[in-house]
Design a protein around this ligand. Sequence first.
Ligand code: ZN
Length: 151
Amino acid sequence: MAILEIRKAGDEVLKRQAEPVTKIDRSIKKLLNDMSETLYHADGVGLAAPQVGVSLKVVVIDVGDGLIELINPVILEKAELVTDTEGCLSIPGVFGEVERYNHVTVEALDRSGKKIKISGSGLLARAFQHEIDHLDGILFIEIAKTLCKGQ
Ligand code: ZN
């Protein structure tokens, strides 16, 4: 496994629409392993492949309840808009108030290629939407109601 360089806002790869994964081969499994190691090293909640320079629909999330790996994720259901504070490993030191759905169900493939459906609320629902936005080339600072600098 390897810790990958996290791309920062301004990098062109973060603005691109990521491509779906068509075949889950060894390189995708290595990418997932490296992304989760990078996520834990950075002490983050979620990481999308474009953030490590790979324009593919791959996401890792851990809100404290264990690692979730998503390949080609799509949002199936969403409910109840709420506004809360958000940050991003690609935009260190910047936080913003972002409106997101509080309950979200996503469908994706796991690393074995099996279709999975996961429902999340609160931080997990927020992480699903934030990371899937990355796959569409959207950064939270573009949709935040307000922004502020923190440490
Ligand atoms: Zn982010």
